[in-house]
Design a protein around this ligand. Sequence first.
Ligand code: FAD
Length: 396
Amino acid sequence: MVIVVGSGAGGATVAKELAARGLTVILIEKGPVVEERDAFKHYANVDAEVHIMRTICLGGTTVVSAGNGVRCLDAELRAVGIDLSEEFEETEKELGVGVLPDSLFGDGTRKIMEAATDLGLEVQKMPKFIDPAKCKADGRCSFGCPEAAKWSALNFVKQAKRLGATILTNMPVDEVIVKSGEVAGVRCGDRIFTDDTVVLSAGALETPRLLERAGLPTSASSLFVDTFTTIGGVLEGIGFNKEVTMNALIRFDDFILSPHFSRRLVESMEQRGIAASPEDMLGIMVKIKDDEVGVINEQVEKGVTNRDAVLLSEGAAVAGSILEEAGVDPATFVATPLRGAHPGGTAKIGVAVDTRLETGVSGLYVMDASVLPAAPGAPPLLTIVALAKYGSKLIG
Ligand SMILES: Cc1cc2nc3c(=O)[nH]c(=O)nc-3n(C[C@H](O)[C@H](O)[C@H](O)COP(=O)(O)OP(=O)(O)OC[C@H]3O[C@@H](n4cnc5c(N)ncnc54)[C@H](O)[C@@H]3O)c2cc1C
């Protein structure tokens, strides 16, 4: 039997993979069951200097993802002895990763892509795990897709259940039980679940807390979040807020740019006294590989280093040039507050777990964003799913 803690990108994958192999699986999730369209109600963001985004519910943070499916950190993982080529291929096939047809590219995205190309930048269509036959391009990816057009970990949770896994919700795991150097189970309030194999997939903000409570090493002071801001301005009548979000990608060494609408742009405009409606905004996200200097204890601390500030400024300058070339009036430019949607690195391979993703306690594994070796500065979900598939093969 195997206990899996958390049902997001990592946990749902492990539960599905192990159930498919005939193992008895109990998946324990802190949050409630959720309808995909209502996912936005379960944001449980953490207020540090950089606002950290996540959702606590069945399916974890995948239910609000933008559907971006990019391979990342393959070189860094290879450097520590993990080759995910096979698992990446499997993951892309299962999630249906591919670029969307032209009909699902709106005018705003097109203008940004054309302007960036005119400025000599290399622009690619973002690989997505979105079913084009179901997608209504309503700009609601990060609220929770009303059409369930986007893959989320709920798909894997459902498969795990069909394969015989037990799914428990509204059940936060408080403690990992360790006896004589071996894992013995978990405690949720006054309920004890006993088992000799436990996989922690509670996400990069919660997994290190569970490890610390068990007296185990973490890398909680190396928290990264891929800090981002969105730069935007007014382009009347563009209707960009109703487009598939982040449908293109422009890569630089330490940051990426991607077309992105945020309601925060409108708020920032209002604060500057500029009247604007969501239909009139064009925006570009600047997302950096941030320095690994966050801290998780009772509170989460995550600020901005000088290097982070330089990268954000460089990205904002390029984003501004693209927006101006696309027809946005620079006098209307605003930026959203700093946020991070990819927390990771808090139980790194080589510090908290070995290359089998096992901790120093026999039978206790970690399979979520915590183990990632470096800030990806790019969408990490595909890599987390591939790593969880890799780790699942080493259990049992
Ligand atoms: C708005 C937004 C858009 C994003 N878009 C993309 C994208 O397009 N592409 C991409 O690659 N990435 C995207 N990401 C990032 C991606 O969703 C995360 O990196 C990924 O889900 C992290 O996987 P995880 O398994 O580490 O954690 P999660 O998916 O967050 O799962 C952790 C799970 O553990 C549960 N849990 C926590 N504590 C406990 C506990 N004590 N006991 C039991 N359960 C617990 C949580 O409720 C949750 O279900 C996005 C993130 C956000 C916020």
